[in-house]
Design a protein around this ligand. Sequence first.
Ligand SMILES: Cc1cc2nc3c(=O)[nH]c(=O)nc-3n(C[C@H](O)[C@H](O)[C@H](O)COP(=O)(O)O)c2cc1C
Length: 224
Amino acid sequence: MGKVMWKPGTFLYPIPAVMVSCGDMEKSNIITVAWTGIINTNPPMVYVSVRPTRYSYELIKASGEFVINLTNERLAYATDWCGVKTGAKVDKFKEMKLSKEKAEFVSCPMIQQSPISIECRVKEEKYLGSHTMFIAEVLAIHVKEEYIGETGAFDISKCNLIAYANGGYYTLDKKIGKFGYSVAKKKKNNSKDRILKVKEEENKRKKKERNIKKKKANKKKKEK
Ligand SMILES: Cc1cc2nc3c(=O)[nH]c(=O)nc-3n(C[C@H](O)[C@H](O)[C@H](O)COP(=O)(O)O)c2cc1C
C-alpha cells in the first residue's frame, strides 16, 4: 500500500506534553504545552511556543522566565486539565492539588509532583503566525531523588514519563534500544559464549581421543 498525501500540518509525533509553570510564588499559573523541544546542546537551550491569547503568555513575557515540568502517568489528568482551563479564572495549583516548590534561579514555582523540573530564562522571542516561540536557556534541572540510584545514575524508566501524539497521551512502556546500539560491537567473552566455547573444546578433545583409540585398535588388528 502507498501513502496518502495530506495538506501541510503539524504532524510530528510523538512529542512531550509538559506543564509549564510561570509567574511567581504568589501569582503563578500552569499552562500545558506540547509545542516544546530542545534546540541546542551547549549552552542547553529549549523553546516553548505559546499563543498570545493565553493567560500564561503575558506572565512569561513579563518575567522572561518559566519552568518546564515533565509529566508522568500520575500527572496525566492534571496535564490535560491545565491545558483546557485558564489561569485567568482558576487557580490551577489549588484545583489540581499541586504543590509549589521554590526554584533556584527563577521566580516561578516548580511543580513539586513533577519528576523533573527545568528552570528556563528567555533569550529570544519570535512570533511565527499563531504562536510566539520563547527561546530560552536552561539554568538548572531538578530531578526527584527517588529516580536517582545509589551510584548517582538517573533511571528515567522509573519516571513513567508520558508522550503526546495526535491528540492522545501515551505511556512509554518498553525500552527497545539505546543510543548507538545499531553499530555497537557484540560483547565477546560473555558467560554464555564462554560456556559454549568450553563445550566446543571438550567435544574436539573427545573426538581426538576417539580417533586415537580407533587408530590404535586398527593398528592392533593389522598386527594380529
Ligand atoms: C496536550 C495539550 C497541549 C497544548 N499545547 C499548547 C502549546 O504548545 N501552546 C499553547 O499556546 N497552548 C497549548 N495548549 C493549550 C493551552 O494549554 C490551553 O489553552 C490553556 O488553557 C492555557 O492556559 P492559560 O490561559 O492559563 O495560559 C495545549 C493544551 C493541551 C491539552
